[in-house]
Design a protein around this ligand. Structure first.
Ligand code: AGP
Length: 608
């Protein structure tokens, strides 16, 4: 996730900005930059790579004198990582500088309009549009220009802004992306997160949506979008610096679980316009979509598990045959890739060696390739013919959660787009699906807030030796992910089984007290899975059921039931996975495991 900082006071700004950016490095980034008002002009330095590069470039800030400045660590969303795409961004005559965390969803339309007015763009970013738009509306009053921009921009933003002819001021504004403001002994500061300013003050103001802040060396003024001054209460930060780097969460994994509603929103919203699905980055005409005869989804680990769900969703909605393959198998089995095949490579990191090799195999066979990737500019993103980015932001914990959830969203959108273009679903049916998709973030939030019950249940299974997850259809895909989450962070052996398959051997392992988690979200399969639950129960299993709120029948068989809100059967993975993530997390910390960096694992498996 991008990080922004700003300082105005009596000390040199650049070293303070660099120090603040260093405290935000944990958010993940690919480039960084600072802009400082030197008394006459706004000087700017920015570069791809680690913050160290920028510090060397500026001699730790010494070559950028000035007492007011803004800084940024960039996590690329629009435009690959590069010097020119790094923030800050200028307007045409470099009299306004902007740093931004978030996604401007309508930047394309705004960019076209500004270019028609003669604006020349230097970068591919959505952020630069904001710099030019501020210029376009600026008539000498920064507050008015900012309010104007807020009325025309859609999406999420936390902005830090310098106006050359207002040297004694810095401005900041927020919508959806986090922004805090504080006043230290020597000046005022802005930041995306507490760690960046904790060294200077523990008294901070959390900026709410559509609030604007004017900062001077010794004052903070807050305004609403109507430019009316408002009062705000400060908050005193009790965290120590290390905890604050996780935004107050104990582990990155917990923080990232709680970022899932926003990650899902950020991945979904830019691709929905009314009741239409727009995936411009798909790069396929309707004709080409209609000519697809077969889809391969190729991935590893959790990304593979999303593919197992996507098979059911794409085949169910678009009626296109889908094969889901482990990348490490696909690359060596000389797959039959004939004309009309689309190979989709799903990867959070975009650097997984097996998935990258599978991509190259598909390209060598001459078939169309599509990436579903979280890291902008990564190898898979660059080498696939087209890429749909998941906008989960950087995922630090080894065990994926928010990236997994956004991969599902990208796959649902792909399925619906193909189904509509191929005439498999009507406009009205599409509208219903979109309605259900839009409800997911809030339903995920609801489940996350139900964590205490799951934490208590998890504490009863810290000593478990074997845990089984069973389900049918999409529920089997959910079981795969639930099982992997548990074993990879708690080191407890676990297996996922198609519920109907258990009786073909593995049921011999069920004994008194064995924990079996049954996932039942597919209404037409309830009865089938319930009979499998009876089979294991009669052999002594302790049964946990994860099911829809309307399936109270499950309580007749299961010892413990976790309910998920109703959604379309195709989308239940997005909800049922939440309690399973929380279960794995609490078992892991209960067993004293290193949740964020489990033994033997790497965040990105860049070797075979
Ligand atoms: C998931 O929790 C694991 N960390 C792992 O299975 C991961 O999903 C797999 O290595 C694929 O990684 P990728 O999405 O970066 O390609």
């Amino acid at each position: 996730m991008c990080g922004i900082v700003g300082y105005i006071g009596t000390e040199q700004a650049a070293p303070i900005l660099l120090d603040g950016l260093e405290k935000l490095e944990y958010r993940g980034y690919d480039s960084a930059g600072i802009a400082v008002f030197d008394g006459e002009n706004i000087q700017m330095k920015k570069s791809i790579g680690r913050l160290k590069v920028l510090s060397e470039l500026t001699h730790d800030g010494a070559t950028m004198p000035g007492i007011a400045g803004i800084g940024h660590t960039r996590w690329a969303t629009h435009g690959a990582p590069s010097d020119v795409n790094a923030h800050p961004h200028f307007n045409g005559d470099a009299s306004i500088a902007v740093v931004h965390n978030g996604i401007i969803e309508n930047y394309g339309k705004l960019k076209k309009k500004l270019m028609s007015k003669g604006c020349e763009f230097r970068s591919e970013t959505d952020t630069e549009v904001v710099a030019h738009l501020l210029d376009y509306y600026y008539k000498g009053d920064p507050l008015a220009a900012i309010a104007h921009v807020m009325h025309h921009v859609e999406g999420s933003y936390a902005l830090g802004i310098l106006f050359q002819d207002h040297p004694g001021e810095i401005y900041a504004v927020r919508k959806d992306s986090p922004l805090i403001v504080g006043k230290g002994k020597t000046g005022s500061l802005i930041a995306s997160d507490v760690p960046a300013i904790l060294k200077y003050t523990r008294t901070v103001y959390f900026i709410e949506n559509e609030e604007i802040v004017r900062l001077t060396a010794d004052s903070l003024n807050f305004y609403n979008i109507d430019e009316e001054e408002i009062e705000k209460e400060p908050t005193t930060i009790e965290w120590d610096i290390s905890a604050a780097e996780k935004g107050g969460y104990e582990h990155f994994m917990l923080k990232e679980m709680y970022e899932q509603p926003k990650a899902v929103t950020d991945t979904l919203n830019p691709r929905i316009r009314g009741n239409q699905i727009l995936i411009e980055e798909l790069g396929m005409t309707d004709e080409e979509i209609r000519s697809v005869k077969k889809i391969f989804i190729v991935a590893c680990g959790s990304a593979y598990h999303t593919g197992v769900t996507a098979k059911y969703v794409i085949e169910g909605l678009a009626r296109i045959p889908v094969e889901v393959e482990l990348a490490s198998e696909f690359r060596y089995r000389n797959p039959i890739l004939s004309e009309g095949t689309l190979v989709v490579i799903v990867s959070q990191s975009g650097e997984t060696a097996d998935s990258l090799a599978a991509l190259r195999e598909a390209k060598a066979a001459g078939v169309r390739t599509l990436g579903i990737v979280n890291v902008v500019g990564s190898s898979i993103a660059r080498e696939a013919d087209n890429v749909i980015y998941t906008w989960a932001g950087p995922e630090i914990a080894v065990a994926t959660t928010k990236a997994y959830s956004t991969q599902l969203i990208a796959e649902y959108l792909l399925a619906l787009k193909f189904a509509r273009v191929r005439g498999q679903i009507t406009e009205d049916e599409l509208a219903d699906y979109i309605r259900d998709l839009k409800r997911l973030p809030q339903q995920i939030e609801l489940l996350l807030n139900n964590k205490t019950k799951i934490q208590r249940f998890a504490n009863r299974y810290l000593a478990a030796r074997d845990v089984f997850f069973i389900g049918r259809g999409v529920d089997y895909a959910i079981s795969l992910e639930g099982s992997l989450k548990l074993k990879e962070i708690s080191y407890i052996h676990s297996e996922a089984y198609a519920a109907g398959e258990l009786k073909h051997g593995t049921i011999s392992l069920i004994e008194e007290g064995t924990l079996v988690a049954a996932v039942l979200t597919q209404e037409e399969l309830y009865k089938k899975t319930m009979s499998n639950m009876v089979e294991v129960k009669s052999r002594g299993a302790f049964l946990l059921a994860v099911t829809n709120t309307d399936n109270v029948e499950a309580e007749k068989i299961a010892d413990y039931v976790i309910y998920i809100p109703k959604t379309n059967p195709y989308f239940t993975n997005s909800l049922a996975v939440i309690p399973l993530q929380l279960f794995a997390y609490y078992v892991s910390i209960g067993r004293g495991c290193d949740v964020d960096k489990p033994r033997n694992l790497a965040k990105s498996v860049t070797v075979e």
